[in-house]
Design a protein around this ligand. Structure first.
Ligand SMILES: Nc1ncnc2c1ncn2[C@@H]1O[C@H](COP(=O)(O)OP(=O)(O)OP(=O)(O)O)[C@@H](O)[C@H]1O
Length: 253
């Protein structure tokens, strides 16, 4: 992959489960360096779309990251092209320290011999990731003892050390305190300085503060797209969210 920032280009993406179109002809562009929020009611197809981009489900259409077509490639190849994701539940190694988690992630593309060699000091990429995710002071703690928010940041750190260029985050602030949300929002801004970020999120307050652009999905399709203000003002979006008091996308910011 070149040093230039790459964007995501999706065309006519379809994922069908037993005849049911979970993603039904989605086309969208996320420009390089964007922080795109993907929202929509439950079952809209958001997670399935991310699953398709990362190779976890079979899909038709086209998904290009930079110049590379991702569809049809196995999961590990897509990861090697610089595409990484988090899941709704953080998947860190709880019995290992923060540093060990990052070290393993950093070594994911390396041979076993390199990994076995004893390290003197912390690799540069790991030290940088620790700083970015704010866990430098926690590096020797077992990941299982971290606060909920810190585990999520560690998971993001594990993507950073793998040099992921497109981050897809599935509800990163679910279950977080307000302080943790604020810190996560700041982290998104730092991460997106030289990467492209897509965030699935239900938290509308978080979206208003940190989204640069928004795609609204509904029943497997793109319902609306634009800035936060544009999608909030879109009557189609208001209609879909009407009666969804827990997801007040149409209220004033
Ligand atoms: N493996 C699967 N097999 C069958 N149907 C599935 C599968 N995964 C998802 N679906 C269905 O596809 C549709 C889209 O689900 P998806 O999880 O992508 O929605 P979502 O927008 O991420 O929802 P949520 O906000 O609840 O996470 C839903 O109707 C869901 O039941």
């Amino acid at each position: 992959m070149s040093d230039e920032l790459a964007g995501l280009r999706i065309r006519d993406l379809r994922v069908v489960f037993d005849g049911f179109p979970a993603v039904d002809g989605v086309s969208l562009d996320v420009r390089p360096g964007d922080i795109r929020f993907l929202i929509g009611p439950n079952g809209a197809g958001k997670t399935t779309l991310v699953d398709a981009v990362t190779g976890l489900v079979k899909a038709t259409g086209s998904v290009c990251f930079g110049e590379q077509e991702l569809l049809g490639r196995p999961v590990h190849r897509i990861a090697r092209l610089g595409v990484g994701r988090t899941f709704q539940t953080a998947t860190v190694f709880e019995e290992l320290t923060v540093l060990q988690n990052l070290d393993i992630a950093a070594g994911a593309g390396r041979g076993a011999l390199t990994l076995l060699r004893r390290r003197r000091g912390v690799p540069e990429s790991v030290a940088r990731a620790l700083e970015t995710i704010g866990l430098t002071g926690q590096r020797d703690r077992l990941a299982g003892t971290l606060a909920h928010g810190q585990k999520q940041w560690l998971e993001i750190g594990m993507l950073l050390v793998q040099d992921v260029q497109l981050l897809l985050l599935d509800e990163p602030v679910a279950g977080m305190s307000q302080d943790e949300r604020d810190a996560t929002g700041e982290l998104l801004g730092v991460v997106a300085r030289d990467r492209t970020v897509v965030v699935i999120e239900h938290d509308m307050d978080f979206l208003r503060r940190y989204a640069r652009t928004v795609t609204v999905m509904h029943v497997g399709k793109v319902l609306s797209e634009g800035t936060v203000a544009e999608v909030q003002a879109d009557p189609k979006v208001q209609e879909v969210y009407l009666g969804h008091a827990a997801e007040p996308a149409v209220q004033e910011a």
